[in-house]
Write a protein that binds this ligand. Sequence first.
Ligand SMILES: [Zn+2]
Length: 107
Amino acid sequence: MTDLPTPEAPKLPKALQPSILAGLPEYLKDPNVYDKVQKAIVSSIQSSCTHSDPSEWMSCRKCGEKMAERRALLKRLGFKSPAQYMQWKKVHEMMRTELRDPLIKKS
Ligand SMILES: [Zn+2]
């Protein structure tokens, strides 16, 4: 009876713990809203500018406004931070890849 694993304390790697996603609105966890939300965010950052130099981009007023707009949009959608948004995106893309290609799971 001593070799039985204890039911508690599953040892998950730290990276798998969704701490950054804590507090995410329930609706954002639905894979069906992913496309819609992504589209809204992507279209919010599209601008007519093309800056090859990052410093040029940093000092561009138009792009600065776009960034502020995007941040406000993320907030409106329910994201707590850009980092949370990035993590959300990663998780959804991962789920999607696994659903589309079941072979990935087996390899
Ligand atoms: Zn610009």
